[in-house]
Design a protein around this ligand. Structure first.
Ligand SMILES: NC(=O)c1ccc[n+]([C@@H]2O[C@H](COP(=O)([O-])OP(=O)(O)OC[C@H]3O[C@@H](n4cnc5c(N)ncnc54)[C@H](O)[C@@H]3O)[C@@H](O)[C@H]2O)c1
Length: 359
């Protein structure tokens, strides 16, 4: 059945969500953005959508069952809490919150109000993400003892000087922006093993003298040299799982890596004692390493194109209708966020951090 959804935040990803909602056969009923012109622009692309610059107007509309929240990170928690208290189910963009404490509060409100809270982990819904999950669950890899998440750009700081690089609005840099996707994806593929210890380092190199930054590309627009950049542009961490096993994370918005070594979609990998699988984040195939007939065999699995934002909203609406727990639920969001918090903490203390065991 088709449902009516509202979108809060009519920026880059709000527009992508709107297209995903339409592709999934649902209706964009309203668009709220503090910038009225942006709300108008996005609403104009959806015949029956109304625009507002006041979220309360959208939340008061009882014909709207659910909302997608796609605003800068600073407002994720406050707006998602307001939406759940107003009786709306919520698909909340990543990161779930600025830190694990915010995530905990979101989970408490979701439990108290009985609302569906799905976190926007769209990479779980790509063709490679879905196929990697099938392979991970098949047992063909044997015991998976190591995972790798590597994604770097030469010069790709999003909107240098804007909200992405202003800690008070974003909560951090590339780790909370991109690292959050990678940690979530790999942990999900591994069925969320308990992380026991973390050693991490984050670096803020390219924002120190913004005028020296050689601009190449940014999805959030060209640099604003009069703005703020007080977040990290690289993060490197080793996660140690209880009972052994590791995840090696390398993520950079900007790093002096020669272009010949940069793959657009990076390299994600799961490595087991019987096989391994690697893939690019936005790729059209996975490569699987196994042994057959006494030889090492590589298999390339080609995949059809998938609209991850359509698939994400299909999964979300199914939960809205059935009230089942979403695939990317708030407890997982909180777990991922506590790992990011620990990486920042480890970097600041320059020592390994032990994660508290969940009671
Ligand atoms: N899943 C993904 O792959 C992905 C990709 C990009 C961004 N994101 C996430 O989506 C969110 C938005 O990112 P973006 O790139 O679209 O940013 P953006 O700057 O392009 O858009 C944000 C929009 O929110 C509006 N806004 C700001 N404060 C608001 C408020 N209090 N109430 C209503 N509207 C408000 C702004 O006017 C702007 O139009 C971020 O949390 C980001 O991390 C996710």
């Amino acid at each position: 059945m088709s449902i009516r959804l509202g979108i809060v935040g009519a920026g880059t990803i709000g527009s992508v969500h709107a297209a995903g909602i339409t592709a999934a056969g649902h209706e964009v009923a309203a668009v709220a953005d503090v910038d009225r012109a942006k709300a108008n622009l996005l609403a104009a692309r959806h015949a029956r959508a109304h625009a507002t610059d006041r979220i309360e107007v959208l939340l008061a509309d009882e014909s709207i069952a659910a909302v997608v929240i796609a605003v800068p990170n600073r407002w994720h928690k406050d707006l998602a809490v307001a939406a759940m208290r107003a009786g709306k189910d919520v698909l909340l963009e990543k990161p779930m919150g600025l830190d694990a404490a915010e995530c905990r509060e979101l989970n408490e409100v979701a439990a108290a109000t009985g609302r569906v809270l799905q976190i926007g982990m769209a990479n779980r819904f790509t063709a490679v993400g879905q196929e990697a999950k099938k392979i991970a669950e098949s047992g063909d890899l044997g015991h998976v003892y190591h995972a790798k998440a590597h994604l770097v750009s030469r010069r790709g700081v999003p909107g240098l000087g804007g909200w992405f690089t202003t800690r008070s609005l974003s909560g951090g840099g590339v780790l909370i922006d991109t690292g959050v996707h990678l940690v979530d994806l790999l942990l999900w593929l591994m069925d969320f093993p308990r992380v026991e210890r973390i050693s991490g380092r984050v670096y803020s190199i390219f924002g120190k003298r913004m005028e020296d930054y050689v601009y190449e590309s940014m999805w959030a627009g060209p640099p604003r040299f009069d703005g703020v950049c007080d977040v990290e542009d690289s993060a490197h961490a080793m996660l140690h799982f209880a009972g052994g096993g590791t995840l090696d994370l390398n993520v950079s918005w900007a790093i002096n890596m020669p272009a010949c070594n940069i793959q657009g979609g990076g390299m994600m990998g799961l490595f087991g004692d019987r096989g391994g699988v690697t893939f690019e984040l936005f790729g059209d195939h996975l490569d699987v390493a196994t042994q057959r007939y006494g030889r090492n065999v590589d298999t390339r699995v080609m995949l059809p194109e998938v609209d991850q934002f359509k698939e994400q909203v299909v999964a979300f609406v199914r939960c809205v209708e059935t009230r089942e727990e979403p695939c990317a639920h708030g407890q997982q969001g909180q777990c991922v966020q506590s790992i990011l918090d620990a990486i920042y903490q480890s970097s600041e203390k320059q020592q390994e951090v032990t994660l508290e065991r969940k009671k």
